[in-house]
Ligand binder design. Structure first.
Ligand SMILES: Cc1ncc(COP(=O)(O)O)c(C=O)c1O
Length: 372
């Protein structure tokens, strides 16, 4: 049977270049292995049990999840047995889900204050749950300072069913700066975590892991002996933001949206049949404005996506182009994590030949609630 070429697909379609995807997974895994760091990839980028399996088969020791939906699904579908939660969880029904998950895998919940810990402890009775303390290394979102980390560790000692295992951080502020600042932010990541670990050890804590991770700081941070776990997410697909930051090259970008030119309303304007419901409106996370427009059109440096409606894109010609109505183009989204969340499946191809469908099957609302 002849396999389809991507240019014969309906548009818009979400494509994954399988060579780039495998290369990204293996490259980050090999770097982690060479530096004796355990890789716990963050799943929010792809929200796919199949890509999770690829990461585990490559050697990832566990996963980091942003939602309980992701955690429940990968434990069931991908056979993952070590799961870290990125963020604190509270509320009766969410804590019940934590307790159920804790029976199915080695779970590490995350705290940056005492209240979720107290609530979880009350529900646990004699069962024990592992936890990590989130340290703030400059993103100023979650987390406590290294000194406050010791206070929190001491405060949580009164809950004997909560077992301290380690500390974690995410220097997401890196996305708010240019590539000239990556080294400085990576050093801050290492320094803050080294200090937090030192202070905890001085207070007799057993710090079994020090976890950090963003895609741009990954390579620098894993060289430090202080970092034992890395949790990057975006590296599987990369995107236009990572290219603008110098963390990836255009050919590393695995996720694209295939679109067709459906109109050419004026000399320098083209309209494509994919809009914000495919590409997302992100221009940069945490204040970054390095990207130009709303995605990069592959092989067409003369074109800029200047605006998005929900289902269509406005593209401006900034140099001579052969583009015409009916042509298909591939757009690298600015933020692949947001774009991949807009579809139920990705179409995997090699050099343009369609090979397989990859389900995006661990998104939010993957579990229907009972209303009784
Ligand atoms: C806590 C935490 N760790 C790791 C990551 C992964 O970062 P990146 O996608 O930059 O690799 C994120 C991303 O949102 C995160 O929130």
């Amino acid at each position: 049977m002849n396999k389809k070429n991507i240019l014969s697909l309906t548009t818009p379609s979400f494509l994954v270049d399988l060579d780039a995807l495998e290369n990204n997974i293996n490259r980050y895994q090999n770097l982690a292995d060479e530096n004796s760091v355990e890789l716990f990839p963050m799943l929010k980028t792809h929200k796919s049990s199949e890509i999770t399996k690829m990461q585990i088969e490559a050697g990832a020791k566990g996963v980091l999840v942003g939602t309980l939906d992701e955690a429940e699904a990968v434990v069931k579908k991908s056979g993952v047995n070590k799961v870290m939660l990125a963020y604190p969880v509270i509320g009766d029904s969410n804590l019940d889900r934590i307790i159920a998950l804790n029976e199915q895998c080695e779970l590490f919940v995350a705290f940056d204050n005492e209240i979720p810990a107290m609530e979880l402890s009350k529900k646990l009775n004699n069962t024990k749950v592992n936890y990590q303390i989130i340290i703030n290394s400059g993103l100023n979102r979650f987390g406590v300072s290294p000194e406050e980390g010791v206070d929190l560790y001491n405060a949580l000692k009164k809950y004997p069913n909560l077992i301290f295992k380690g500390i974690s951080t995410h220097t997401g502020q890196v996305y708010g700066f240019s590539k000239d600042y990556i080294e400085e932010i990576t050093q801050k990541e290492i320094d803050v975590m080294s200090m937090a670990k030192k202070l905890l050890i001085e207070n007799d804590a057993q710090v079994e892991f020090v976890a950090t991770g963003t895609t741009p700081t990954f390579e620098g941070a894993i060289k430090s002996d202080e970092i034992t776990v890395s949790r990057p997410g975006n590296y599987v697909f990369f995107d236009a933001i990572q290219v603008a930051l110098g963390a990836a090259k255009e050919e590393d970008c695995a996720l694209t949206v295939l679109a067709t030119v459906v109109s050419h309303p004026s000399e320098d304007l083209f309209i494509l049949d994919c809009g914000s419901k495919c590409l997302g409106l992100d221009q940069g996370a945490h204040g970054n404005s390095l990207t130009k427009g709303f995605g990069m059109i592959k092989d067409h440096p003369e074109l800029t996506v200047i605006g998005l409606s929900e289902e269509v894109a406005k593209v401006k010609k900034e140099g001579p182009t052969a583009l015409k109505i009916g042509d298909k183009v591939q757009i690298i989204p600015n933020h692949s994590c947001s774009a991949a969340n807009m579809t139920n499946y990705l179409i995997g191809h090699r050099n343009g030949t369609v090979e397989k469908i990859i389900e995006v099957d661990i998104r939010g609302n993957s579990r229907k609630i009972s209303i009784d």
